[in-house]
Write a protein that binds this ligand. Sequence first.
Ligand SMILES: [Zn+2]
Length: 292
Amino acid sequence: MKIIDAHMHFSNLESFKYTADNISKLDYSARGLKKEFRDSNVILGVGMGVTEAERGSFPCAKAENPMGLDLGTRTPANVACCVGINPVQLEYGNRDKILSVIEKTLKRKNIVGIKIYAGYYHFYVYDNIYEPVYELAAQYKLPVVFHGGDPYSEKALLKYSHPLAVDELAMMHRDVNFVIAHMGNPWVMDTANVVLKNENVFTDMSGLFVGDKIQIQSILQEPLQYQYLKTAMLFTSNFDKYLFGTDWPLAPIKPYANLIKQIVPEKHYEKVFYNNALNVFPKIKALLGDIR
Ligand SMILES: [Zn+2]
């Protein structure tokens, strides 16, 4: 089965490098990624753009806008990008200029969506600061991905990353598709309901577990650790709404995919691991044509 990883990273962030070296124990480089993609039959990844102006400063108020993929000198051709937005700059910087740079970037072939780091940056997703970004998303028919749920930084605030906030935004912007990352974990039932209720909201299954190969495999021995995710998914009972993603480098791809296969009913693998990503990120289709 061909797989699209709808949420991974390829950014030069200190926290990712630390995690790769000490927790997930993998080779966080173009070479390492290519090998893992090959071993797991992943044909394309969607990299969530994020950068830090100073080492270890994410969520960084000074980060460039939009934030891209900056690990190494060249991003592999089969890694697309959702550009990250730094809202602090939108509030205090030259807004018009920043928005015109963002717009220009969105026209690039490999830019398949926009990423907003809810929780990390202290704004609700329906805050007016993001309104011009949603207008661009509607104009260019690009989805907006939000960080959802438990953050990977003590500097984040949980109230901004709760999936319920996306419900209000989804109603205000039926012209844009939204993706709640990480199933909003641990608020997976809340996410399941937001996704069920709103035609234009989807969710990805990335970053639900962080660890090395042995740790990820050991979760399979203890179903209680993942059963609640299955319950949430069955509550939605719409398998067009769930996208496979890893949050690489937070976990090695193959064991992570094997774990997600225990959560998704087998008859829906094709949708969750591949087709839904093509539907939510329409620009991927053209990219796949180029890679072949
Ligand atoms: Zn991520």
